[in-house]
Design a protein around this ligand. Sequence first.
Ligand code: ADP
Ligand code: MG
Length: 428
Amino acid sequence: MSGSMKILVLGGGGREHALVWKLRQSPRAGTIYCAPGNGGIAEEAECLPVDFKNLDSMVALANRLQPDLTVIGPELPLMLGVVDEFTRRGWRTFGPTKAAAQLETSKSFAKEFLQRHRIPTAHYAICNSMDEVGDALPHFHTPIVVKADGLAAGKGVVIAPTKDAATTAASDMLSGRMLGDAGSRVVLEEFLEGDELSFLVVSDGERVAPLVAAQDHKRVGDGDTGPNTGGMGAYTTKTIIDEQMRDWLVTHIARPVVAGMKAEGAKYKGVLYCGLMMTARGPMVLEFNCRFGDPETQPTLMRLESDLVEAMEASIDGRTSDGDFKWSDDAAVCVVMASGGYPGAYQSGKKITGLEDALKLDGVKVFQAGTSHHDGDFYTAGGRVLGVTARAPDLQLAVDRAYEACAKISFDGAHYRKDIAARALKKT
Ligand SMILES: Nc1ncnc2c1ncn2[C@@H]1O[C@H](COP(=O)(O)OP(=O)(O)O)[C@@H](O)[C@H]1O
Ligand SMILES: [Mg+2]
């Protein structure tokens, strides 16, 4: 730590651990604060309590710390307008305003925006009532994707195999039974087939700097079976997409989104996460997130060789450029170790052992998510507990190294997928 910048990171999961770890490497970083942080982050930053549901709580924290830079992990603070409020008070903050964050906080806003700007996305209908659902359904083939409009922490999407199932899902959402206000409007969507890809850029409201693409593994079980989770693992390689595809995604998706938001008076600054389906008809936008992904951030930042603070400052100051990020050609893989029962009910407070042995392995970093630390030991404190991440010259090596590390770590009830990046390995 040679710099003097006070940096505040909001969040307390594996993504925020990776952000703290990378930001700390900047020659400009001084003290790093993380709120609320977690057991592992506490080894690399000063952790402080905060309530994300409460803008005043975040303002009070920043008022006390007077950070030179604030970085926001999760979507909720963005939805509440933390960037608008902090910026108004003179605290430099990386991320989109509340208006720009609508790309994530309202799926109907995102779909209509995509249509207005002719950016490829699945055919859809926005419905405010069961009558509207009834009118729209005959125009869809099955399966039908039913999405709650608002933020639902990964629980707002149902892939309905039949029209009856779609009707039931839409009714559960619209009645408020399933997700409260987040489901008061639904989007019906054509089902797309293909590989999913997370393509992220950082923007200053005008220009974009692409990050390397990554692939997440959402389902809890091997072979993409079982219920959806927050994400059970991710990988990134130099070859996940070729340069031509990267340029296509920048030209036909990322830049038009940023230009469209500017034209509509809500300049998009910060990370724009494009969730894509790579279909036979070409890439299509499934959704946007207005922040880094979890767990894609963990392997992605392992490959980052340039200064993250600098790239974030460029976004804030309006001087983002295409080459703001320099990447290693290495592959990186993150395997999430979760609590027994996750994504359903799970127990906490289980002692975690073997972390030190895992960290001795070459290229391995364990990003902590749901953990706490007391009396020299780490304990589980959430559904997703650890993001065991390895960087190596090729994907096979990175996968082997990550699983070697997982094998050294244990806690009661621990489970993790054994096939992270397996489909990519089969293709090579
Ligand atoms: N149109 C679609 N066709 C096929 N699968 C979809 C479609 N939309 C979403 N999905 C699947 O559902 C998951 C969650 O949908 P997404 O729009 O990303 O919502 P969220 O991340 O807010 O839950 C996606 O990662 C994808 O696997
Ligand atoms: Mg998603």
